[in-house]
Write a protein that binds this ligand. Structure first.
Ligand code: BV8
Ligand code: ZN
Length: 302
C-alpha cells in the first residue's frame, strides 16, 4: 500500500508510540546553508565528496583531504541551526513531546550529519528555556562523527577543535571551491600543503598527524551495537532529509518496519525506500516537520 500523507493518521500513530528514533541526513541541514552529499553540493573542486571521505584518499593526499574538511569546517562555523533542528530539539524534550507522544519515554536522534547543528539547537533550547534546562533530553548520536573533532593518527587522541583556521597553512584555502583550469581547459594541479604544515597532535610528546574526527567510507561506525539496540527497540522511526543510500543508517527504517513499527519519511523529493514507508511527507523538512508533528517554534528561534 503506498505511503499515506494524512497528518491526523500520523499523529494518531505518534500518540501510541513508546520508543521513537529520528534518522537524519544532510537534507536536515540544507536550510542552514550546508550542501548535501549527493546533490550538486556533492562536489568540491570537482572532486566527488564521497571519494574524499575515505582513509585511502587521506593516506594518498592528506593536503587535499584536509583542504576539503577545512572548507566544510569554515562553512559550518558560519552556519546556524534551522527550524528543522529546532523542532527536533523540542521533540527530544519530554515537556514538548508529552502532548504529541504521551507514551514515548524514549526519543533519540541518530544523525548522519557531522555538522553539529543538532547539538547546537539543543543547547540553544536549553539556554532559552532555563526552567527545563536540566530536564532530560533525548540522546543525540552523531554516528558519522563530528567535523570539529580531530583524531590523532599516532596516539588516537580525539578532541574537539574549533580553531578557525585549524592551522595557518590551511588559511584561505576555503575560498576556492572550483577546480582551476588553464586556457587549454586542462586542470591545474592542486597546490600541495606539506604534511608537516597540516594539523598535528598537541598531546605531550606525540606530534602525530591529525585527521578529521569523522567516520569515513569503509570505516566502522563507533558504538554501532548501542545504535542497533535503539533501532531494534523503536516502534516509530522518523526519516528526515536522507537519500537512504549510505549503510548502515539506510537500513534502520527497514528494521523498524520489519519489527512492526511505523516509518514516516520527510524529504523534499522521493528517496530510496519511501515507497515502503507508512507515511511520506514531501516538502522541505524545515517546514514540514513542525507542521506535521504539531510542534510550533513561536518567535524564540531566529
Ligand atoms: C561501514 C562522514 C563496515 C564523512 C559519511 C554496498 C551496499 C551496502 C553498503 C555498502 C556497499 N558498499 C560499501 C558499503 C558501505 C558504505 C556505504 O554505505 N556506501 C554507500 C555509498 C553504498 N558504508 C560505510 O562504509 C560505513 N561503514 O559500512 O563499515 C565496517 C564494519 C567493520 C569494520 C570496517 C568496516 C560508513 C559510512 C559513513 C561514511 N561517512 N559521513 C563526511 O561527512 O565527510 S556518510 C555521508 O553520507 C554523510 O554523513 C551524509 O550524511 C551521508 C548520507 O547521505 P545523506 O545524509 O542521505 O545525504 P544525501 O546528500 O545523500 O541526501 C540528502 C537528502 O536530503 C536527499 O534525499 C534530498 O532529497 C534531501 N533533502 C535536501 N534538502 C532537503 C531534503 N529533505 C528535506 N528537506 C530539505 N530541505
Ligand atoms: Zn597524538
Amino acid at each position: 500500500m503506498p505511503p499515506s500523507s494524512d497528518i491526523s493518521a500520523f499523529r494518531s500513530a505518534l500518540q501510541q508510540s513508546k520508543r521513537i528514533i529520528i534518522v537524519a541526513g544532510a537534507g536536515l541541514s540544507t536550510a542552514s546553508g550546508i550542501p548535501t552529499f549527493r546533490g550538486a553540493g556533492g562536489y568540491w573542486r570537482s572532486f566527488e565528496a564521497t571519494r574524499l571521505a575515505t582513509p585511502e584518499a587521506f593516506a594518498a593526499n592528506p593536503s587535499l583531504v584536509w583542504q576539503f574538511y577545512h572548507y566544510r569546517r569554515e562553512k559550518v562555523f558560519a552556519c546556524k541551526p534551522n527550524n528543522a533542528h529546532h523542532v527536533i530539539a523540542r521533540l527530544l524534550r519530554h515537556e514538548y513531546r508529552q502532548p504529541i507522544a504521551p507514551l514515548a519515554n524514549q526519543c533519540t536522534l541518530i544523525t548522519q550529519n557531522v555538522d553539529g547543528l543538532s547539538i547546537r539547537a539543543r543547547e540553544e533550547l536549553a539556554a532559552s528555556d532555563p526552567t527545563s534546562a536540566n530536564s532530560e533530553s533525548g540522546d543525540i548520536i552523531e554516528m558519522h562523527g563530528r567535523l570539529v573533532d580531530t583524531l590523532c593518527k599516532r596516539c588516537e587522541d580525539r578532541r574537539s577543535n574549533t580553531q578557525s583556521p585549524i592551522c595557518p597553512a590551511l588559511a584561505g584555502t576555503e575560498v576556492r571551491t572550483d577546480a582551476i583550469m588553464d586556457e587549454a581547459g586542462k586542470r591545474v594541479p592542486e597546490a600541495t600543503i606539506s604534511t608537516e604544515d597540516l594539523p598535528h597532535c598537541e598531546k605531550e610528546g606525540c606530534g602525530g598527524l591529525l585527521r578529521p574526527g569523522v567516520v569515513w567510507f569503509g570505516e566502522a561506525i563507533p558504538d554501532l551495537e548501542a545504535i542497533d539496540g535503539l533501532v531494534d527497540a523503536a516502534d516509530m522511526c522518523l526519516v528526515v532529509g536522507t537519500s537512504s543510500v549510505v549503510y548502515p543508517a539506510a537500513g534502520f527504517a527497514d528494521t523498524v518496519r520489519q519489527n512492526g513499527g511505523t516509518v514516516a519519511v520527510f524529504n523534499i523529493e522521493a528517496s530510496r525506500g519511501d515507497k515502503k514507508a507508512d507515511f511520506l511527507f514531501i516538502g522541505p523538512c524545515e517546514e514540514t516537520l513542525g507542521n506535521v508533528l504539531g510542534i510550533s517554534l513561536g518567535e524564540s528561534t531566529s
